[in-house]
Write a protein that binds this ligand. Structure first.
Ligand code: 9MG
Length: 289
């Protein structure tokens, strides 16, 4: 039997701050939304104490990384004022950084939030706007932490009105290549770059399915590949399930993503995802006899 090669990944060039990205196994990034209105857990963790407790629970479940965000990017959402985003995110990053060694990522597009979050302990930036906001590229260069560049067509408030592509895979890939060049040209080390095709961000179900089926095409960009499909609308559309019943669909898509080359999975259900990846790794391991 041919073993899927994507469950063990090539080491990245040495880069300070990127040690966790060099893991030979796929990494599980737990989602911590500190927003009143995210699509799955909106409002559950916008009290800092509850957010920190949930972050520690994600650590207990086996998270390799925790992504903390104060802007809901669900379809139709408007960005909060910058002060509000800072107030939501910074205290949670600061407290969690004191309580766990697990790397923390800040999910933001704003340079002010990137700087403050890294100052208090974040070790990665996850930007759904791929450093296109004014000042974001300069902040990423200055901070020198790994950065996830994600594809999104439009902005969250309108992105699902009429997403349109000629060839979704080719267009998303060329956008990510362009953002990688922009980041590298500005001074972000390629070894610190992660890319993400942005499932559900300005995409129909057919676009999302095409991206998942052709995910290998993103592995040749020369960066780690992140995938976020957990509990998303595409899982609901495929399974016919409401958001609170999408675990099995999310796990199936996560395993497929790893088989197709994903290195980082951004998920709500860390323990279940770790179990699924353990089964995949056991099968992928060379066996005797
Ligand atoms: C913040 N956020 C919500 N969904 C996401 C996804 O699929 N990828 C990344 N990188 N960030 C996301």
């Amino acid at each position: 039997m041919t073993m899927p090669s994507s469950t063990s990944v090539r080491p990245l060039a040495d880069a300070p701050g990127a040690a966790f990205l060099r893991s030979p196994r796929p990494l599980v990034c737990g989602i911590l939304n500190v927003t009143p209105d995210s699509f799955s857990d909106g409002g559950r963790f916008n009290d800092p104490e509850r957010a920190v407790a949930h972050g520690l629970d994600l650590v207990e479940q086996g998270a390799d990384l925790i992504d903390i965000g104060g802007e809901s990017t669900r379809p139709g959402a408007q960005p909060p004022p910058v002060d509000e985003e800072l107030n939501r995110v910074v205290p949670v990053v600061e407290r969690l950084a004191r309580l766990t060694e697990v790397p923390l990522s800040v999910d933001t597009s704003r340079p002010e939030v990137m700087r403050e979050a890294v100052r208090v302990g974040a070790g990665m930036i996850n930007d759904v706007r791929a450093l296109r906001a004014p000042g974001a590229l300069a902040a990423a260069v200055e901070l020198g932490v790994p950065v996830c560049l994600m594809h999104m067509q439009g902005e969250p408030d309108t992105m699902q009105r009429s997403p349109h592509y000629g060839d979704v895979v080719a267009e998303v890939r060329s956008f990510l290549a362009e953002r990688m060049s922009a980041a590298e040209g500005a001074g972000v080390s390629r070894a610190l770059t992660v890319v993400d095709s942005g499932f559900g961000f300005g995409k129909t179900l057919a676009h999302n399915v095409a991206l998942l089926a052709e995910l290998q095409q993103f592995t040749t960009l020369g960066a780690r590949l992140m995938v976020g499909v957990s509990r998303k609308g595409m899982i609901g559309a495929i399974t016919g399930r409401p958001v609170e019943q999408r675990l099995a669909g999310s796990i199936s898509a996560a395993v497929l993503a790893v088989q197709h080359g994903a290195h980082l999975l951004r998920v709500h259900d860390v323990a279940a995802t770790r179990d699924a990846l353990a089964v995949l790794a056991a099968v992928a391991k060379p066996r005797e006899g």
